[in-house]
Write a protein that binds this ligand. Structure first.
Ligand SMILES: Nc1ncnc2c1ncn2[C@@H]1O[C@H](COP(=O)(O)OP(=O)(O)OP(=O)(O)O)[C@@H](O)[C@H]1O
Ligand SMILES: [Mg+2]
Length: 446
């Protein structure tokens, strides 16, 4: 399942929650405001009716012909907001404000508040319910007031939503900084680095996780160390008894008379030598896996390379050709011993599996690319892929344990370099080539 961003979830969730709360509060406030507004408007309406009524009664009773309806002329022409009718008990109009429309009032006058579709009405009576006044107020005004109150309450929300989204996004981002730093620290780990990961001020929710990871790393490191030291110790412990046995067998072979006994002694000696070689390779592998493949001070690779090639040329009769870069020195952080082991394994293979009549080419380019090339039949691709695994061998007659290329790969990975096996060798119909891109620190022109 695709993991979703905490930042996104918190941002959306909190903003949504806050918006809903705000909307709830807005509706509540709005209902209260509407109620209070209605009360205020109603009391104004009532007040007005009570003020006009005595004046209207006075006016009507002073008339000579009281039965005539009378329009109250305005002092100044204006559009009336409140209109009123004064009627008698039978609904006959005695007096009306100049804009009053009798249709909006009910047929028979009534006391108290009523609401029609468009008007709020209030009726009051005087002279024992013989004179009624009714006053009408259009509802539009109240509705507008309510609408504006609602709008004023909702307006901040439009600013609040983006501000909250941005704020939460930023806040979460800042809060998660140490988690991101932790992730980087984990990612930056080299292959062999199993030391605890330390990141300051992790959130309390993540801290136990980091601790658990460190515990795991620690246990993992201990287990690996135990395994490696066991391999290295066993190989080391085997050395002395093997050497002693080998010496005894050699003496036996010399002392034995010509015949089957000597042949058998020679066979045992050969097997013992293979055993010595195997224990030697096991120790090399255990050491390479133990880390410490980078030296503190950069070493010049060129004299090291020249020395190892010289050594092999002594034992192989000058079959190794060396090609060096133009510059006099090439500094690399790779540990000199590890570099020696890597080189010996590659050259040993080239001499052992390469065509005996062809030279082995060892070259170091200016860009620190080490190449070991030999002739001989090409190795098919599927076999080539698996050769760097432990105890995996190609189909060759020569004896070996299948550890050489595994050792080389372990060293190369331990120094963050890259190794490539190519067969047939580049630019040739056959042969075998190993390329190693070495980590260089600086190249000093000499
Ligand atoms: N230069 C080469 N040319 C052709 N084949 C090679 C070459 N190097 C390695 N191989 C093949 O790869 C296999 C694995 O090599 P590796 O060095 O890992 O083990 P090994 O040489 O068989 O044994 P060890 O090196 O442990 O004594 C070899 O058995 C061989 O078939
Ligand atoms: Mg080998």
């Amino acid at each position: 399942m695709k993991s979703s961003s905490l930042q996104k979830r918190l941002g959306i969730g909190l903003t949504l929650g806050m918006t809903l709360l705000w909307l709830g509060a807005t509706v509540g406030t709005w209902l209260v405001v509407q109620h209070e507004l209605n009360e205020a408007f109603d009391s104004a309406l009532e007040e007005t009716a009570q003020r006009i009524l005595p004046l209207a009664v006075l006016e009507i009773s002073n008339r000579e012909e009281p039965r005539d309806a009378q329009h109250v002329a305005p002092l100044k022409t204006h559009k009336e907001y409140l209109t009123y009718l004064v009627r008698n008990g039978e609904g006959q109009i005695l007096m009306q404000s100049h804009d009053a429309n009798p249709d909006i009032f009910s047929k028979h006058p009534a006391e108290g508040f009523t609401t029609t579709e468009k008007y709020r009405l209030y009726g009051a009576s005087a002279l024992r319910e013989t004179v009624f006044i009714e006053i009408a107020e259009p509802l539009g005004h109240r509705r507008e007031a309510a609408r504006e109150a609602l709008f004023a309450l909702l307006l901040p929300l439009s600013a609040l939503i983006p501000v909250s989204l941005l704020g939460i996004w930023l806040f979460v981002r800042i809060s998660l900084r140490s988690v991101i730093a932790y992730r980087r620290a984990v990612e930056a780990r080299g292959v062999g680095d199993l030391s605890p990961i330390k990141v300051a001020r992790l959130p309390a929710e993540i801290d136990p996780l980091a601790e658990a990871v460190n515990h795991l790393l620690e246990r993992f490191r201990k287990a690996l160390e135990a395994e490696r030291s066991f391999t290295a110790n066993s190989a080391h412990e085997l050395r002395t008894p093997l050497a002693a046995t080998l010496a005894q067998i050699q003496r036996l072979r010399h002392e034995a008379p010509e015949g089957p006994l000597r042949v058998r002694a020679a066979k045992i000696e050969k097997s013992l030598r293979e055993l010595v070689r195997l224990s030697e390779k096991l120790m090399q592998l255990a050491k390479a896996e133990g880390g410490g493949l980078l030296s503190e001070t950069p070493q010049d690779l060129i004299p090291l390379l020249a020395h190892v090639v010289d050594e092999w040329n002594h034992s192989s009769g000058g079959r190794v050709e060396l090609r060096l870069p133009a510059q006099a020195s090439m500094y690399s952080a790779i540990d000199p011993d590890a570099f020696g082991v890597l080189l010996r394994n590659l050259i040993e293979n080239a001499l052992k599996y390469g065509a005996a009549d062809l030279p082995v080419e060892v070259s170091l380019s200016e860009s620190a690319l080490l190449r070991v090339i030999n002739g001989g039949p090409a190795v098919p691709e599927p076999v080539l892929q698996r050769l760097t695994e432990r105890f995996v061998r190609g189909n060759s007659e020569a004896s070996g344990s299948g550890l050489g290329l595994a050792i080389a790969r372990t060293i190369v990975e331990g120094v963050n370099a890259r190794m490539l096996l190519v067969s047939p060798a580049t630019g040739r119909p056959d042969g075998f080539e190993v390329c190693v891109w070495l980590p260089v620190v600086a190249t000093l022109e000499g």
